[in-house]
Write a protein that binds this ligand. Structure first.
Ligand code: PEP
Ligand code: MG
Length: 313
């Protein structure tokens, strides 16, 4: 088979019938943001802010954070930049934030949960993001990782709004958040599915254990079904639902995700051209049919095969 023509990617993702699907980049530094802009990303769908905190004895100052966030935002003038608050813990330990010796760190004090002990760190980070956003033209949005309850989501969004951040949301990466989607989405301005963690928690299979890779697959019909629940709730509540896990980087799965109601996809920048190309060959109705087939499958292999067949092979 010939390689798809990826040169046609113009930086505006859409299906063949013109349904827009924002195609954005996951980045973890200012340099990566510049590379993402050069690579045609429409915006940043996930800025992992851990880069500022790793390898230090204490949190960076507000001024230092402002400078770093401005560096990222400046790469996308007038474009969307979604900043995720510190996601320490589990696979991203941080001495001055996370607990040592947790028996089950993936189920422990990670992500937004670290703000229970260290509300000052979250507060300073939001102050810095708001200040950086005010100085740049990027359309800045903020989201929290590892949210499990509607209460956590509502409190986070309220805190962001109080800090002058107009658009605030949460990641949906726990089954509890996904199952609560109708109520949770009503409490936020947007949500972003973290399919890496959502898959690990849904399948109860640690994402760092290679032996469990077969379970740790976003094509698992149970995972797709949960994503569909969130997509449907997004439509009902008119809340944008994106994906920022690596699932969006698989062109066929990207089609299925759009069919499940996802309106933006954020991924490693190198994956953007192929995903853009694949989406441009299918209509929204075809995405929906592929999604219906995949969700009704009983294994990842069957889900892939049925999605492919629904699109004509
Ligand atoms: C995810 O969990 O899908 C995600 C995007 O976040 P991270 O991979 O940083 O945990
Ligand atoms: Mg995650």
């Amino acid at each position: 088979a010939m390689a798809p023509d990826v040169s046609a990617f113009t930086g505006h993702g859409a299906t063949a019938d013109g349904h827009p699907v924002a195609l954005m980049a996951n980045v973890g530094s200012g340099e990566e943001a510049q590379a993402a802009a050069r690579g045609g990303a429409e915006g940043i769908g996930l800025l992992r802010t851990e880069f500022l905190f790793l390898g230090r004895a204490e949190a960076p100052s507000v001024d230092e954070q402002v400078a770093a966030y401005r560096g990222v935002m400046a790469a996308f003038p007038g474009r969307k930049v979604v900043v995720r608050t510190l996601d320490a813990g589990a696979d991203k330990p941080l001495p001055f934030v996370t607990l040592e010796g947790e028996e089950n760190p993936a189920l422990g004090v990670r992500g937004l949960r670290t703000a229970r002990r260290h509300p000052d760190i979250l507060d300073a980070q939001l102050t810095a993001i708001a200040e950086a956003a005010a100085a740049e033209t990027a359309r800045v949005q903020v989201m929290a990782p590892m949210v499990a309850t509607v209460e956590e989501a509502a409190a986070f969004v309220e805190l962001c709004h109080r800090k002058g951040i107009a658009t605030a949301g949460v990641m949906i990466e726990t089954p509890a958040a996904a199952v609560s989607a109708p109520e949770l989405l009503a409490a936020v301005d947007f949500a972003s599915l973290g399919t890496n963690d959502l898959t690990q928690y849904t399948m109860a299979a640690d994402r760092v254990v290679g032996e469990l890779a077969e379970l740790n697959d976003p094509w698992q019909p149970a995972v797709l079904r949960l994503i569909g629940t969130v997509g449907a709730a997004g439509a009902t509540t008119r809340t944008p639902v994106g994906v920022c896990g690596e699932a969006g980087a698989d062109p066929l799965l990207a089609v299925v995700l759009v069919g499940l109601g996802v309106s933006s996809l954020s991924m490693a920048v190198r994956a953007l051209p192929r995903v853009a190309q694949r989406l441009g060959t299918v209509t929204l109705d075809e995405c929906r049919r592929a999604a219906e087939e995949a969700v009704a499958a009983s294994s990842p292999a069957e889900a892939r095969a049925r999605a492919r067949a629904a699109l004509g092979g």
